[in-house]
Design a protein around this ligand. Structure first.
Ligand code: NAP
Length: 287
């Protein structure tokens, strides 16, 4: 049985790694805060001492890390993935980063004789737990083909988007839309309730028409209950908005609404909501 590595056991990585173990793979895990490996160890995973050690003992390793800085540190840092790469090894980074970060990692992995795939995901905590994520993969085709059995244990759909960078671009495009939707949705809920309307009536009206969608239904209910427990931490949403606006900048494409929504998430961060759900952008409107 092939041994699969998993680096980064946060909200998403924890659930994804568990699904690999449940799916019958031999799994080795590593997380910066080592305590987060305990649950996986209970399920039978092995804990590596460093990303390097993990990469050395696995044929394919996945990573699910916070942001570009984390992805670079885990790859290029001391005891990092790059030190454990040798000919034929596969590294699949599922973190949401910008295309330039992915390309730097891809070049370094290829330079060390390995193969690289970026595979950011669409879907949040629940789809990660239920193995219904959508993978937006791009990069080495042979690694993609080999990794499909793993993707199938963690998700319901996997797209192959061609050259490295396209996965990041697709993910930022989709999340920019989601972040903008959430920001204006929160302003609408705040407007209606301050004007004296009942939040559940507003949600009923939205849910009955062409604007109905699972995100508004789920998050609308939680917001009106005052529940902002993180499924998708707000700091990561702001990172995605920032990277999407940066991509627009690089392409000289005006993104008026996304840029403004980014400011709402920045405001929410400054109010201390970084580690709450991204729907806590609502509190930046009402505070
Ligand atoms: P999270 O719970 O905040 O987990 C982040 C992970 O990154 C943790 O394992 C953390 O380690 C690690 N990390 C952070 N900085 C590091 C560094 N410098 N070196 C090594 N490890 C570092 O985040 P998440 O929600 O799982 O999201 C992970 C990625 O998936 C992000 O890029 C996010 O944008 C993306 N994503 C999230 C969702 C979602 O709904 N949550 C959905 C789609 C995509 P520690 O435990 O030591 O802090």
């Amino acid at each position: 049985m092939q041994r699969i590595g998993f680096i980064g056991l946060g909200i998403m990585g924890n659930a994804m790694a568990k699904n690999l173990v449940k799916g019958g793979f031999e799994v080795t895990v590593w997380n910066r805060s080592p305590g987060k490996c305990e649950e996986l160890k209970q399920l039978g995973a092995r804990q590596a001492g460093s990303p390097r050690e993990l990469m050395e003992e696995c044929s394919i390793a996945f990573a699910m890390l916070a942001d570009p800085a984390a992805a670079e540190e885990v790859c290029f840092g001391k005891g990092g993935v790059l030190e454990g790469i040798s000919r034929g090894k596969g590294y699949v980074d599922a973190s949401t980063v910008d295309a330039a970060t992915s390309c730097r990692i891809a070049a370094a992995v290829a330079g060390a004789g390995g193969r690289f795939l970026e595979a950011p995901v669409s879907g949040s905590r629940k789809p990660a737990e239920e193995a219904t994520l959508i993978f937006l993969a791009a990069g080495d085709r042979s690694l993609f083909d080999e990794a499909v059995p793993c993707f199938e244990k963690m998700g319901k759909k996997t797209l192959y988007l061609g050259e490295v960078g396209n996965g990041a671009r697709m993910k930022l495009t989709v999340n920019m839309i989601m972040g903008g939707m959430m920001a204006v949705f929160c302003e609408g809920l705040a407007l209606g309730t301050k004007a004296g309307l009942d939040a559940s009536d507003i949600l009923d009206v939205i849910g009955a028409g062409a604007m109905a969608n699972p995100m508004f239904a789920l998050k609308g209910k939680l917001i009106s209950q005052g529940n902002f427990d993180a499924a998708f931490p707000l700091k990561h949403m702001q990172k995605d908005m920032r990277l999407a606006v940066l991509l627009g900048d690089q392409l000289t494409l005006p993104l008026f609404l996304a840029a403004t929504a980014n400011e709402s998430y920045k405001k929410a961060k400054s109010l201390g909501f970084s580690d709450e759900d991204f729907s806590s952008v609502y509190k930046a409107v009402t505070s």
